[in-house]
Structures are given as structure tokens and as C-alpha cells.
Design a protein around this ligand. Structure first.
Ligand SMILES: Nc1nc2c(c(=O)[nH]1)N[C@H]1C(S)=C(S)[C@@H](COP(=O)(O)O)O[C@H]1N2
Ligand SMILES: [Mo]
Length: 257
């Protein structure tokens, strides 16, 4: 085996210089990442991480717990009392005018009142919510499997992601919260549009009237106050282009647990 030279060769020095130039380029990454081309690259690279996680965990279910382990309080976090005019109007009417829309790359755009959602097949699950801030709580959720809503709407060829648009703004500039997952996570059996928490209608603080539960993901993926489920081929054109409110502020998109 050839041994490494003791004195750096010209080639090695050159390579070192290129590494330094590379570090300089990283500092420009933020500006770069805002360009559509770069986001497109990211979207192509991310399935690699995804595949690695799936090789390890497959499509396994998140752990479900006995009801005796439900936390006394399901700690609310992020937006807990939305103040957008749309939300305040819906809340004032007891959410009678609320509609959950399914649109985008689907054969059959749909909308559901709360009563209509209650009439669909339901799933109940007692699961642990893990926030990236380092706390967890266990709660019992009831809702409609997203797979069922998608089966009714029938995604078109080219559909790759599902984007959840929310009624709250949490940034000072009025940015709306949004999130996205890929179709595989969308069809996961524990991915539900939840309207009940601990055997009661979903409280405002936890996302009333409808929020997502995506049990294999960190807390910030679980969009609350959802009004529209949009099926897309790419999320690059939405808001900051990284697939979610926190992703646009540098959080990881996949966020698997
Ligand atoms: N619309 C919306 N969804 C959201 C948030 C938010 O601020 N707005 N915060 C996220 C974060 S960081 C967490 S931990 C969970 C908190 O859900 P909870 O309030 O039911 O605990 O909601 C997530 N979904
Ligand atoms: Mo969170």
C-alpha cells in the first residue's frame, strides 16, 4: 500500500486551497438556497435521507400507548390562539362555516364540513408528541385517515407531496404556517386529520377545528388549524420554498422520529 507523503504535495496543497474556497461558498449558501434551482436540487437530494431512514425503519407504526398513560395536559405550543380575521370569524361561528379543502393535483377537488368529516371512517390512536424543543406529551387523537381523503380526491400522475395550509400567522410579517410531507407519509396509516383530542373536540390551543397527526414526525410537522390540503408535484414555489414554515427558517424537512 502506498504511504502518504510526509511533505504535502503540490496537489494536496491545491486540494486544501479548494476546501477553503468551498467553505467560503458555504457562507453564501443562504442566498443560494433561496434560488429556485438550488431548492430543486435539495428536493432531489432529500429522498436519499428519506430512503436511509426507511431502510432502517420501513413503514413501521409509531408506538401507541394505553389510555392510562395519557398526559393530564396536552401542552400547547407555537400558535395557541390564532388572530387572523378568517380564524376569528370561523371560531365565532363555532366552526359551522369551516371547510377542509382538498385540492391541487387531484381528479376530484373536495371540501368537507366538520359534520362531513365526522361521517367518514375514523381512526383513534394514543401517541406521543415530541417537540424539537425537547418535551413530549401523550394524547389520544381521533380523525380521518389522510389516505381516505386522498382516495376520495384521487391524486393525479405527478403528485409527490401533500401541503397543509393553516389559518394562523405566527411570524411578525404575517407569514402563514404551512407544512408538507411526501405521499408515502401521507398514506401512512397513522397520518390523520384529527378533530378530537382526549375524547373531546380539539381545543383551539391544539389546532381547532382540524389539525394533522403525522406520528412518525417531530411536532412541527403536525400542522394545526388546517384549512387546505394541497397535492403538488413540488413545494419549491410555496412561501420560502423549503416545504414548511420552520423549514423556511432552516429546520429539517424530513423530521423523522
Ligand atoms: N398552524 C400551526 N401548526 C403548528 C404550530 C404552529 O405554530 N402553527 N406549531 C407546531 C409545533 S412546533 C408543535 S410542537 C405542535 C404543537 O402542537 P400542540 O399545540 O397541540 O402541542 O404544533 C405544530 N403545528
Ligand atoms: Mo414543536
Amino acid at each position: 500500500m502506498a504511504s502518504e507523503p510526509m511533505v504535502p504535495s503540490r496537489r494536496r496543497l491545491l486540494r486544501g486551497a479548494m476546501a477553503v474556497a468551498g467553505a467560503g461558498m458555504l457562507a453564501g449558501c443562504d442566498a443560494l438556497s433561496r434560488s429556485k434551482g438550488f431548492v430543486g436540487l435539495l428536493e432531489r437530494a432529500e429522498p436519499l435521507t428519506m430512503r436511509a431512514q426507511r431502510l432502517l425503519s420501513g413503514d413501521r407504526l409509531a408506538e401507541e400507548f394505553p389510555e392510562s398513560m395519557i398526559s393530564p395536559v396536552f401542552k400547547p405550543n407555537g400558535s395557541i390562539n390564532p388572530q387572523t380575521p378568517e380564524y376569528l370569524a370561523l371560531k365565532a361561528g363555532g366552526f359551522a362555516d369551516y371547510r377542509l379543502r382538498v385540492r391541487g393535483l387531484v381528479q376530484e377537488p373536495l371540501e368537507f364540513s366538520l359534520d362531513a368529516l365526522h361521517a367518514l371512517p375514523q381512526r383513534t390512536q394514543v401517541t406521543r408528541h415530541d417537540c424539537v424543543e425537547g418535551w413530549s406529551v401523550i394524547g389520544k387523537w381521533q380523525g380521518v385517515p389522510l389516505s381516505h381523503l386522498l382516495d376520495l380526491a384521487r391524486p393525479l400522475p405527478g403528485a409527490r407531496y401533500v401541503v397543509f395550509h393553516c389559518l394562523d400567522d405566527i411570524a411578525a410579517n404575517g407569514s402563514r404556517y404551512y407544512e408538507s410531507i411526501d405521499l408515502q407519509d401521507a398514506y401512512h396509516p397513522q397520518t390523520i386529520a384529527a378533530h378530537r383530542l382526549n375524547d373531546a373536540p380539539l381545543p383551539v390551543a391544539n389546532g381547532a377545528p382540524v389539525r394533522m397527526r403525522i406520528e412518525r414526525k417531530l411536532g412541527y410537522k403536525h400542522a394545526k388549524y388546517v384549512h387546505t390540503i394541497e397535492v403538488v408535484d413540488s413545494y419549491a414555489a410555496i412561501a420560502g420554498g423549503r416545504g414548511g414554515f420552520w423549514e423556511d427558517r432552516n429546520y429539517d424537512w424530513y423530521a423523522g422520529i
